[in-house]
Design a protein around this ligand. Structure first.
Ligand SMILES: Nc1ncnc2c1ncn2[C@@H]1O[C@H](COP(=O)(O)OP(=O)(O)O)[C@@H](O)[C@H]1O
Ligand SMILES: [Mg+2]
Length: 261
């Protein structure tokens, strides 16, 4: 067995792999992902049934049971998530999906697709009656994979799912678009076009003033979490705040136009 970065495979995974995939299963190759929170890797397994690619996520902190149950429900509802396989010994196994992370500039089609994904998730995962909307948590650009062929979108990383108002999560995503943009002219920029498309994809029904304020808060937070991009984020934040009136008008017009067409 080899690790492509020559990092030894944590022995816990070997033991757990045999428990999940059978004693004859062997790890053939490992690729580690960048993760600030957990140990996440892609394992290529040789099993009696053939080669398999799976993702193993070992929690350093966080709740694997919660993520496993969100995945099981979302997968059964065909909401666009990887197939969950098992959660054993603090390791979550999911089927590896092919797809790319979206990078700046996010296109209008991609943003609209992501809005649709999130709205379906909120609607289908929220039980009735509920204490609020079921939110996926950590709703940032990095937690989605996009397959250009077939335009399929997968959501990843559900360990922080919670109940709350949908504006919280929609705003978190909007701020994640703005945080990668580094734009000083928000009104003419791709992030605003992407935000409008994302909201059209989501389909309306949100408090726009609340959405604006919550996005501002999230952008402030990202200053703390992305020290390497402070200047760019500050420029974006400044433009976002000085154009508040125009942005709110654009957001309102965006949904008005939908209703009329
Ligand atoms: N099922 C999967 N298929 C393909 N890649 C995945 C899958 N699950 C996770 N990844 C990759 O691993 C990374 C980290 O996984 P994630 O669940 O987001 O962990 P963390 O909580 O550490 O952010 C993801 O950003 C993605 O690149
Ligand atoms: Mg993640």
């Amino acid at each position: 067995m080899q690790s492509i970065y020559n990092i030894p495979v944590p022995t816990i995974w070997m033991a757990v792999v045999k428990q999940v995939f059978g004693l004859e299963a062997e790890i053939e190759a490992v690729r580690f992902y960048e993760s600030k929170k957990n140990q996440v890797s892609k394992l290529r397994l040789r099993t009696p049934q053939g080669l398999k690619e799976v993702i193993a996520k070992k929690y350093v902190w966080g709740d694997g049971d919660a993520e496993f149950s969100v995945l099981k429900k979302a997968y059964s509802l065909e909401l666009g998530v990887p197939r969950p396989i098992a959660h054993i010994g603090g390791v979550l196994f999911t089927e590896a999906v092919e797809g790319e992370k979206l990078r700046a500039p996010v296109s209008v089609q991609q943003a609209e697709g992501l809005g649709g994904w999130l709205n379906r998730f909120h609607k289908a995962m929220t039980p009735a009656p509920a204490r609020g909307t079921f939110l996926r948590g950590d709703c940032r650009l990095v937690n989605f994979l996009f397959q250009a062929q077939g335009q399929k979108i997968y959501g990843l990383d559900f360990e922080q799912a919670y109940f709350g108002s949908p504006e919280l999560e929609v705003a978190e995503f909007m701020a994640s678009l703005l945080a990668v943009s580094g734009t000083e002219r928000i009104l003419q920029s791709w992030p605003l076009a992407a935000i409008l498309a994302f909201l059209r994809g989501y389909g309306g029904g949100l408090d726009l003033e609340g959405l604006y304020e919550c996005t501002t808060k999230n952008l402030h937070n990202s200053l703390e979490f992305c020290p390497e991009r402070v200047e760019e984020i500050q420029a974006t934040l400044h433009s976002w705040q000085t154009s508040k009136k125009e942005i709110l008008q654009e957001l309102a017009r965006n949904w008005e136009g939908e209703k009329q067409s």
